[in-house]
Design a protein around this ligand. Sequence first.
Ligand SMILES: NC(=O)c1ccc[n+]([C@@H]2O[C@H](COP(=O)([O-])OP(=O)(O)OC[C@H]3O[C@@H](n4cnc5c(N)ncnc54)[C@H](O)[C@@H]3O)[C@@H](O)[C@H]2O)c1
Length: 245
Amino acid sequence: MSMEDPAPAALRGRVAVTGGSGGIGTEICRALEERGWRTYALDRVPGDGAGEFIECDLLDGASVERAVASVYAELDTPVFLVTAAGIVEDDVAAEELDIELVDRVMGVNFRGVFLANQAFGRELIARGGGAIVNIASMSGNHVVNSPQRQCIYNASKAAVTALTKSLAVEWGPRGVRVNALSPGYIDTPLNGLKARMHAEWNAGTVLGRMGTPLEAAHAVEFLLSERSGYFVGAELLMDGGFSLR
Ligand SMILES: NC(=O)c1ccc[n+]([C@@H]2O[C@H](COP(=O)([O-])OP(=O)(O)OC[C@H]3O[C@@H](n4cnc5c(N)ncnc54)[C@H](O)[C@@H]3O)[C@@H](O)[C@H]2O)c1
């Protein structure tokens, strides 16, 4: 067996990806499927067909529970989790932010991440373990984006890394490794509306470019696999050096 391919495809497992219809989530599903994983794209809306679509609204706990039941309906083998759903809607001055917007952003980016971790983590613990990867952001602990004003988004991502560490400590001894991936600017629809900013973002990195969804997918696969077996509660920062400048 080569270093490139440490396990036969049949041994790779099943994984649910929230936000599986989004820019990064779709690529995670596609890339993992290609490497022998079976993936479930959990999202409010169907995507381009990478992974098996399961309708799931992270603002609704019952919907998350239905998604869990659905992935375990046919097979009892553990289903790993990647939380890639997220929204950025708070480009508003902090002193003018509407509290409903605060609740919505925190509702998807933090409460929804917790609900998914809780529901899928419970099943992993019951089946002897697995791995969870939460997609946070460099905006959580490393930079404050500007000129866009997104204090709640940033706070929600810091909360995701704090949650990741706490769950890692609670669940690690029971076989569930929980880690976070913090991307910098990745070229996806989430950033599409801000195309005018791309030149500035490119220049802000060491590499002179945004990251690709595939690069994020590769990092996710590493954190899901046994190759990252000693990573527990870690935050892997992949930002092309943006936070160094
Ligand atoms: N694109 C970037 O530059 C970047 C950088 C750092 C972190 N991230 C994070 O990566 C993750 C994926 O970002 P992306 O660029 O793919 O965004 P995206 O907008 O392309 O995809 C997000 C997906 O989340 C889904 N979603 C939104 N609300 C939902 C809900 N209530 N229930 C279920 N699904 C819901 C959307 O339908 C969409 O398919 C997000 O958490 C984002 O914060 C992105």
